[in-house]
Design a protein around this ligand. Structure first.
Ligand code: ADP
Length: 453
């Protein structure tokens, strides 16, 4: 047996693919948005700072010998303006509370220390050197963006879950017709019922529906071809019945009227083959009928115990002629609902095989029991057996382990159609049949049938 490797279904693969790519797309675009947004906000703050300081520098006045800012100076966007004298001593204005003492003035240049942007310019007010310092904090911007980032991080898993669920829903919907196709194909394979169709609704016109319609029309063609072939086999076997019966009758007549040994021998050979042909045509006819018309059983309430005892007794005599001992034990009063002709045919076939493929002084044991609504039949012979390689093939039509034996006139007359017929009969009655065998030791056929209460 081959090892079965775990492989993910196409639906799971697609769900993962869609979810991961959506997740990545959202994550990357949101992160990019945050980075770009943050950059832009900082650029805006910087230009606001420069403009505000340039503006406010115009509003420095000297009043009563003191340097002050005009009352119209702007304090907005959190930009602090402060003034320093030539010795870089603070003289007027405001600085943020948490701004460190920072005495290094580089005029006309935007600098950053910690979370602050600083912009200094130099002014000359009535011969006095003044430094104007603008300070703005970017802490709040940073905070806004980092809280946005954490929001994204918490929203993303929810979003991912939602995407997975949505993807699963749509993929399931898309794939449900494929499941229907697989189901019908398996159903056809198991039940061998070629009349089954996928029959997806014809209004939808996607590729999967087109595939299902193509399959349906393919099944139509296969079914037609199959029916034609069966019809031909059925017609051919039907047509062959009359000529073979005539050959048999004429051969028997000729055999009675001839004394010439060589002619007799020739006629006997013709008779042997004609009988074989007749057996084959009637078995073929039954098999094709069975498959063609489905249930052709003419069911009756049968006392299977009585029927099998009669058959076993008849077969016992035939076995004795070949020096084979047939013993049987049949539980009383087992009843089934079945076609007596077909059940008889199946049992005779199993018995005659057990005799045919036995050895001189061999044994056959047969038992029939019933328990919990199931009838169990078992026929065991001490014959030539069947090799492990041939065992599964014996249910195929025309399969014979030793073809040469049945090609020459003699006791091993067979067609290779017996066991397929037995299997069909048992299964058509709702039962099953199995075989186990060992070369040169013997063969056991076990069958079950549903019991009738
Ligand atoms: P046939 O008409 O040749 O008996 P069957 O379909 O009844 O055809 O059986 C198919 C083949 O299975 C036989 O040719 C034989 O080789 C093998 N077979 C069937 N029953 C037995 C058995 N009881 N013991 C050994 N071989 C068997």
């Amino acid at each position: 047996m081959k090892n079965k490797h775990f492989s993910m279904g196409i639906k799971s693969k697609l769900t993962i693919l869609i979810s991961v790519s959506t997740f990545l797309l959202v994550f990357v675009s949101l992160t990019l948005l945050i980075i770009v947004g943050k950059g832009q906000k900082e650029a805006e703050i910087k230009s606001q700072l420069i403009n505000a300081i340039e503006d406010n520098a115009q509003k420095i006045r000297k009043r009563n010998n003191l340097i002050v800012l005009d009352s119209s100076y702007i304090f907005k966007n959190n930009i602090y303006t402060s003034l320093y004298d030539g010795k870089k001593q603070f003289i007027y204005g405001e600085t943020p509370l948490d701004f460190p003492v920072y005495e290094n003035f580089e005029t006309g240049k935007l600098k950053k220390t910690g979370q602050f942007y600083i912009y200094d310019i130099e002014k000359n007010i009535q011969g006095e050197k003044i430094y104007v310092r603008g300070i703005v904090s970017v802490a709040s911007t940073k905070q806004t963006f980092s809280s946005l980032f954490y929001l994204v991080l918490t929203v993303l898993p929810v979003l991912a879950l939602f995407t997975v669920l949505l993807a699963r829903f749509f993929i399931r919907r898309t794939f449900s017709p494929i499941e229907q196709i697989i189901h019908v194909a398996q159903e056809i394979q198991n039940s061998r019922d070629l009349s089954l169709r996928i029959e997806l609704d014809s209004k939808t016109q996607d590729e999967i529906h087109a595939l299902a319609h193509t399959f349906d029309s393919m099944f139509n063609s296969i079914e037609q071809a199959f029916l034609k072939e069966k019809q031909f086999t059925s017609d051919a076997s039907h047509e062959l019945r009359t000529p073979t019966s005539v050959i048999i009758a004429q051969c028997e007549l000729a055999l009675e009227n001839t004394r010439e040994e060589r002619t007799k021998e020739a006629l006997q050979t013709i008779l042997w083959y004609a009988k074989k042909m007749s057996q084959m045509t009637s078995q073929l006819l039954l098999l094709t009928k069975a498959e063609h018309y489905g249930e052709i059983l003419e069911r009756e309430d049968i006392n299977l115990s009585e029927l099998t005892e009669i058959i076993a007794e008849q077969q016992q005599e035939l076995a004795e002629e070949k020096n084979i001992a047939l013993t049987f034990s049949v539980q009383e009063n087992i009843r089934i609902s079945g076609d007596p002709t077909l059940i008889t045919g199946a049992l005779i076939n199993l018995f005659s095989n057990a005799i045919k493929y036995n050895r001189p002084k061999g044994k056959i044991t047969f038992s029939l029991t019933a328990a919990q609504g199931t009838v169990h039949g078992r026929i065991f012979d001490t014959g030539i057996g069947i090799s492990e390689e041939d065992l599964p093939k014996i249910w195929e039509r025309f399969y014979q382990v030793d073809k040469a034996r049945s090609k020459t006139p003699g006791e091993y007359s067979g067609t290779g159609l017996g066991l397929p017929l037995v299997k069909w009969i048992i299964e058509a009655h709702g039962g099953s049949i199995t075989v186990s065998s060992s070369v040169n030791k013997g063969t056991i056929f076990n069958f079950t049938l549903p019991q009738k209460n």
